[in-house]
Write a protein that binds this ligand. Structure first.
Ligand SMILES: Nc1ncnc2c1ncn2[C@@H]1O[C@H](COP(=O)(O)OP(=O)(O)O)[C@@H](O)[C@H]1O
Ligand SMILES: [Mg+2]
Length: 319
């Protein structure tokens, strides 16, 4: 489907004081600074002359008030920017902001909470259990089949994730996964295709972008594959039957709605044995030149600036 970019109209006026917030203390700080810079450049090209970049710190509330910021474009990733904290602060300050609100952000930051919500909506999910930091995993995982995938429940970038083949490996890998000081989601490991698909909301219209498929030289889409040039082949649009393409897009939109997301998100999938399993929802997807969402959008005729405009139009929807 080609998306009609003519429908994208500017809602916020060209004199609006817009803050693109980025940075912060998260492990994805550097990516966020790059996302923020790119978004700001796009806003300037779109004619928003009073847009500026703010690398957030503890004084952010004061800074936003002193600068009389009218709209916030959220280009933060991970801690504070993607977990509901900044969203809560902006609610208190009564400044409209882009993307998801407090609840959707905090639910989607946690892969187990996300799955607990999606379970009520008939969305395929891989069998998993949550093992709390202080718990003994043996009893909890007894109904799961090896190999298993361990995931710190609120991390990203495949950090702290381990594929575990048997009980012997489990002890060591569980310990390593705990170094992230979080509860651990233990999921059955499935062989399959890794996919990701954007979901955007323009005015009241919700739609999925093209689907991006990752083929990695490593066994699965781990940190090395994500951040080493040449380790991953990107296939866009993903090589799927027309039927599976529709199914993945529909499930992505359904998952977005189920978690109460607004404006923008990116849903990650693993397709195994012809079943599209949802892995997680990223509520503040990367916006660098190499990020997934800009590529997925471009593949359906939405260039970077139009994408930024659509996301900006979503400011205040999350009320
Ligand atoms: N249960 C699983 N079985 C096989 N591969 C998986 C499984 N869970 C995740 N993966 C692979 O690891 C990648 C990262 O997992 P994901 O849950 O999206 O976490 P992150 O927040 O680190 O992106 C996925 O894109 C997929 O390729
Ligand atoms: Mg992911």
């Amino acid at each position: 489907m080609e998306y009609d970019v003519k429908k994208i109209k500017k809602l916020i006026n060209e004199n609006s004081k817009i803050a693109v917030i980025c940075g912060g203390p998260s492990s994805e700080r550097e990516i966020s600074l790059r996302s923020g810079k790119n978004v700001l450049d796009a806003l300037k090209r779109l004619g928003y002359k009073n847009a500026e970049l703010i690398d957030i710190n503890k004084n952010i509330a004061q800074v936003l008030l002193e600068k009389k910021i009218e709209v916030v474009y959220n280009a933060m990733h991970g801690r504070f920017g993607e977990d509901g904290c900044m969203q809560g602060l902006l609610e208190i300050l009564e400044i409209p902001y882009t993307g998801c609100g407090v609840t959707a952000s905090s639910v989607c930051m946690n892969k187990d909470y996300t799955k607990n919500v999606l379970r009520n909506f008939d969305i395929p999910l891989i069998k998993s259990v949550l093992v709390r930091k202080e718990e003994d995993y043996a009893e909890k995982i007894k109904d799961l089949k090896f190999p298993l995938m361990l995931k710190p429940v609120s991390e990203g970038s495949s950090l702290g994730m381990f594929k575990v083949s048997d009980e012997k490996e489990m002890e060591e890998c569980f310990k390593k996964s705990l170094e992230y000081n979080q509860d651990v989601l233990v999921e059955e490991y499935l062989d399959g295709k890794s996919l990701t698909v954007g979901v955007l909301e323009n005015r009241n219209e919700l739609f999925a972008t093209e689907i991006l498929e990752f083929r990695t030289k490593t066994e699965w889409y781990d940190y090395e594959a994500k951040y080493t040039a040449g380790m991953t082949e990107f296939i866009l649009p993903a090589q799927l039957s027309a039927e599976m393409t529709e199914k993945v897009k529909n499930i992505a939109v359904k998952a977005f709605k189920a978690c109460g997301c607004r404006g923008v998100s990116r849903v990650d999938f693993l397709v195994s044995d012809n079943v599209p399993y949802v892995l997680e929802i990223n509520t503040s997807p990367g916006m660098t030149d190499l990020s997934d969402l800009p590529a997925q959008s471009k593949a359906m005729g939405i260039n970077y600036d139009n994408l930024v405009q659509i996301i900006l139009n979503g400011a205040g929807l999350n009320k």
